[in-house]
Design a protein around this ligand. Structure first.
Ligand SMILES: Cc1cc2nc3c(=O)[nH]c(=O)nc-3n(C[C@H](O)[C@H](O)[C@H](O)COP(=O)(O)OP(=O)(O)OC[C@H]3O[C@@H](n4cnc5c(N)ncnc54)[C@H](O)[C@@H]3O)c2cc1C
Length: 587
């Protein structure tokens, strides 16, 4: 077993799925592909059918008098996306934009080609169709901070909570019978549940023993603690936003979904009003589609800023360098954030028995997660720890080589040390880094990938704080469970770090720099307050909004799919209110 054979096996299975894709197994559950003609006009054009775009198109098409066009660059959601157990075959596949960062010579030096994979879904459902299912809203503090920073209380926790609840089709007996039930909705579109596993008790007890608290529901009143997470899985099926929000309304005549079509720019009239988009069809034909009311970019954290810049909205100097006429000078693409995430593997000896057969409709693995504040009184986490309990060596190698894309030397050295034992894999991520990255254009060609500098640890305080978190998490090595199974941290051979005193701050710093990758919680590149106003309208132009993860001014204290869906619900309400007000005034 070596990294190359794991990658090869993954590729072979991806190829088998691409053969099956001709059967169009998911087509019946989704809206029929729209037939559009060059010059056609709609009321609203939503660009990008991802976590945010599908929600928005679904909600806007509730207005019976309007025509909504959703344009997605990728194809319909494939079969392998529907079954949770197959999720490993979606990253670095044809349903991924396959972007990477630039080598900054500092972070990611243990990764293949010294760059990070920036996995994003290129498929209807977007990244919600290829992500890892964990549903975390974030802490009330996060939204209160957004609201304060943009001086608009409509974004504070009290006011966004109804939009989280509105989305949910929540099914979980333990939580529904608890005091947390008021935090959840059962009549929305987004299926959610947990898969509590009695075998995880030993790990929850371990986290408790070393000083963490346990919570039933991380999306209720408590935003810190260890828990068995909630998943965007229901009845054995992934709840990507295309399935959850578009399938139930697939027969609406005013909802048009155009896939395999790349939007290349937003077009404006001479009063800086967005009036449509230009797009490249599957047949490589450039067409113009018109929007009589609004164009809404939901193309995600890399492509929404890319489209703005291609349309003349961005940093003046950068646009000039790209020979693009400047329409509005705005800090588009700045403020890029993630939750940089460090992989720690523990060798857990023989105590763990793995199930022989995996249920394809369940989350692929056993997982316990925690949101942890270093200061007990702080109501939001400093770090998140997602801990896969009891994974096989093959799965560990898949994480190392495929999900994290560490170089072969690191992954091989891990495998040599494990020799057939069971692993516990922890991903510890920093929730509120100060470092910022940047998304820029590579060229004025819309088919070119953007340039991304992730900026991890560019502020040294992040590395200092992260070392504190890694040490805090590592208290589990002192637990009675670890002692019982003689668990120990599995140290790959890292030439940069090997001469440093084991578990000293210097060693942890070195370890963190080499072993930290993306957690794919990318946000911030069209932030509220910088690029869009608090109703998500792009500053300096009219009839153009951005609605996706890129509008978050600061990252949330958890995973980013749930807040992105909330953002879309919130935005749909703004747009529908505007529509109703205009109608009332006969505008
Ligand atoms: C591997 C992985 C695991 C993750 N795991 C989790 C998790 O467990 N929990 C969680 O909460 N979050 C997770 N995330 C993050 C989360 O899924 C994203 O934050 C969220 O989906 C972002 O939503 P979005 O709407 O901003 O963008 P996306 O969902 O990426 O949507 C953007 C859409 O726009 C389309 N598009 C882009 N450009 C164009 C164009 N020019 N023309 C037409 N269409 C275009 C794209 O193809 C895409 O469909 C994960 C992400 C990854 C990559």
């Amino acid at each position: 077993m070596d990294p190359a054979s794991v990658l090869e096996a993954n590729r072979v299975i991806q190829h088998a799925f691409s053969v099956i894709s001709v059967l169009n197994l998911t087509a019946d559950s989704l809206p029929k592909p729209a037939l559009v003609s060059d010059g056609a006009c709609y009321d609203y054009i939503v660009v990008g059918g991802g976590s945010a775009g599908c929600v928005l198109a679904s909600r806007l098409s509730e207005l019976s008098g309007v025509q909504v066009l959703l344009i997605e660059a990728g194809p319909l959601t494939p079969f392998e996306s529907t079954l949770p157990a197959l999720t490993a075959y979606l990253t670095r596949s044809r349903y991924d934009w396959n972007y990477t960062t630039e080598n900054d010579g500092y972070a990611a030096q243990g990764h293949k080609d010294k760059v990070l994979a920036l996995t994003r879904g290129k498929v209807l459902g977007g990244t919600s169709a290829i992500n890892s299912f964990i549903h975390v809203r974030g802490a009330p503090h996060d939204f209160d901070t957004w609201a304060a920073s943009i001086d608009d209380s409509r974004w504070n926790y009290t006011n966004v909570l109804p939009f989280f609840i509105k989305s949910e089709k929540f099914r979980d007996r333990a939580i529904e019978n608890s005091r947390y039930r008021t935090f959840h909705g059962t009549k929305g579109y987004l299926g959610l549940t947990r898969e509590p596993d009695p075998a995880n008790k030993v790990y929850l007890d371990m986290f408790k023993e070393v000083g963490n608290r346990l919570v039933l529901d991380i999306n209720g009143k408590d935003a810190t603690g260890f828990t068995q997470p909630m998943f965007t899985i229901l009845d054995g099926r992934r709840q990507d936003t295309a399935y959850a929000f578009l399938s139930p309304v697939k027969r609406r005549c005013n909802l048009h979904v155009l896939t395999d079509t790349l939007v290349t720019e937003v077009i404006f009239d001479d009063q800086n009003r967005a009036v449509g988009v230009r797009a490249l069809t599957k047949q490589n034909r450039l067409i113009t589609l018109r929007a009589s009311k609004e164009v809404i970019l939901s193309a995600g954290v890399f492509n929404s800023p890319q489209l703005l810049m291609l349309s003349g909205i961005g940093p003046r100097e950068h646009l000039k360098d790209m020979n693009i006429t400047v329409r509005v000078d705005l800090p588009v693409g700045m403020n890029f954030q993630d939750h940089p995430q460090t992989l720690i593997l523990y060798d857990m000896e023989k105590e763990c028995a793995l199930p022989l057969v995996q249920d394809p409709g369940k989350f692929p693995g056993r997982v316990v997660m925690g949101l942890v504040a270093l200061n007990d009184r702080q109501p939001y986490g400093d770090y998140e720890a997602v801990t896969f309990t009891r994974i096989s060596v093959v799965a560990g190698l898949e994480y190392c080589s495929l999900a994290f894309r560490f170089n072969d030397t690191i992954c091989t050295s891990i495998i040599q040390k494990v020799k057939g034992k069971r692993l516990l894999a922890a991903m510890v991520s920093i929730l509120h880094p100060k470092s910022r990255g940047r998304v820029m254009l590579r060229s004025s060609n819309p088919k070119d990938s953007p340039i991304v500098f992730a900026g991890y640890f560019s502020e040294d305080i992040d590395l200092k704080n992260h070392v504190k978190s890694l040490k805090h998490f590592s208290r589990i090595m002192k637990s009675s469970y670890f002692k019982r199974v003689r668990g120990k941290m599995l140290l790959p051979s890292l030439p940069q770090c090997d001469r440093l005193k084991l578990f000293s701050d210097e060693h942890w710093r070195c370890y963190a720099l080499v072993m930290t990758g993306a957690s794919y919680h990318f946000v911030g590149t069209c932030a509220m307050g910088l690029v869009v106003d608090s109703e998500l309208r792009v500053r300096g132009v009219r009839n153009l909004r951005v609605v996706d993860a890129s509008i978050m001014p600061n990252n949330t204290s958890g995973n980013t799919n749930a807040p992105t869906i909330m953002i879309s619900e919130r935005a749909a309400d703004f747009i529908i209110q505007d529509y109703k007000a205009a109608k009332k005034n006969n505008l």
